[in-house]
Design a binder for this molecule. Structure first.
Ligand code: HMG
Ligand code: MG
Length: 299
């Protein structure tokens, strides 16, 4: 059954901006984006990524971003932390919540974080442990849940296994990433069914990229099954630097419009969000990837 409330997890400042190939975006622009997003009713904003700046140059100012944002009460500001070095940086910068990120595919794990799936889990264990000691919740991402740019088709059982491991290790939520946006609704349902046998559906989030224009349809399919947390990027910003050709997350505006139409409550203001999408894409010299923003005249 459809949930009555969906929690939107805004990805624009992290998944969105990490993939910008042009010049490094000013820290002040990132800070302004996060501050504006904080005023829309969003409760979860992924704000930065404590990864190697050699791997992802756009996220090299994670500490500065985290120290300069104006924190709004009731908003959780999170960051990616692939290892202890990243977690130490995140703790020093006062991050509320962190995330480790693995994948269901060996080849993608290797390209993205330079190790095998097994090694990645071994690396995450002390990260999760240390985060717990600091009372910081840890989210777990599983990438390539509906296909891998290197390994092709992915067995849903493999997605379920990695998701289960991350939950057992202490992640409070598992975000299922269609990293390259190749999924279709039936595939999304079958993948979810397999994972939900291992991880309660209440602990699952959908993180779908829109490369093939299927993200909204795929979201509808999994929300109908009860998924109540959706990751999305304002204006559909982004992609993944280690998944060539992948486009951004589904646009938050588009998800919100669909949820509003379904009568599912989010607490987020669509008009404000669309204006922010307009502003940030103008900063980046592009137009919004959100059809809804376009229809609302925010372009
Ligand atoms: P490595 O080279 O194997 O690591 O990278 P290493 O431990 O050998 O360290 C190499 C160098 O990186 C050293 O510096 C370290 O100090 C430094 P050097 O001695 O050469 O000067 N280093 C760091 N610097 C800053 N922060 C750190 C850090 N760690 C090491 N945390 C590593 C391994 C994981 C670090 C690297 O592969 C990496 O940073 N990968 C990040 C990849 C990434 O950010 N990808 C995008 C995010 S995931 C995503 O977008 C998918 C998602 O959206 C879901 C979906 O869509 O599916 C979440
Ligand atoms: Mg992503």
């Amino acid at each position: 059954a459809f949930p009555t409330h969906v929690r939107l997890f805004e990805m624009g400042a992290r998944d969105g901006l990490q993939n910008e190939s042009g010049p490094i975006i000013d820290t002040a622009v990132k800070v302004e984006l996060i501050n504006q997003l904080s005023d829309t009713g969003l409760t979860h904003i992924e704000a930065a990524s404590f990864v190697s700046p050699k791997w992802v140059p756009q996220m090299g100012d994670a500490s500065e971003v985290m120290s300069n944002i104006t924190r709004k009460a009731g908003v959780t500001y999170s960051a990616l932390t692939p290892n202890l070095k990243g977690l130490e940086g995140a703790i020093a910068a006062g991050v509320d919540e962190v995330a480790v990120f693995g994948a269901a595919s060996e080849a993608f794990t290797r390209k993205n974080i330079n190790c095998s799936i097994k090694e990645s889990l071994e690396r995450f264990a002390p990260v999760i442990e240390m985060a717990k000691e600091h009372n910081i919740r840890v989210r777990g991402y599983v990438s390539t849940v509906m296909g891998c740019p290197y390994d092709g088709d992915i067995d849903p059982a493999q997605v379920a296994a990695v998701s289960r491991d991350l939950m057992d290790m202490g992640c409070y939520e598992i975000s299922l990433g269609d990293t390259i946006g190749v999924g279709t609704p039936l595939k999304a349902k079958r993948m979810l069914e397999a994972v939900a046998k291992q991880v309660p559906i209440e602990l699952l989030a959908a993180h779908f990229h829109d490369t093939y224009g299927q993200a909204l349809a795929n979201l509808y399919a999994v929300v109908e099954e009860g998924v109540a947390v959706i990751d999305a990027s304002v204006a559909g910003l982004g992609g993944c630097p280690y998944a060539k050709g992948a486009s951004g997350n589904v646009a938050t505006e588009d998800v919100l419009y669909m949820l509003n139409g379904l009568g599912i409550e989010t607490g987020v203001d669509l008009q404000k969000l669309a204006q922010i999408g307009h502003w940030i894409t103008a900063q980046l010299g592009r137009t919004s990837g959100s059809k809804v923003a376009l229809a609302l005249g925010c372009n």
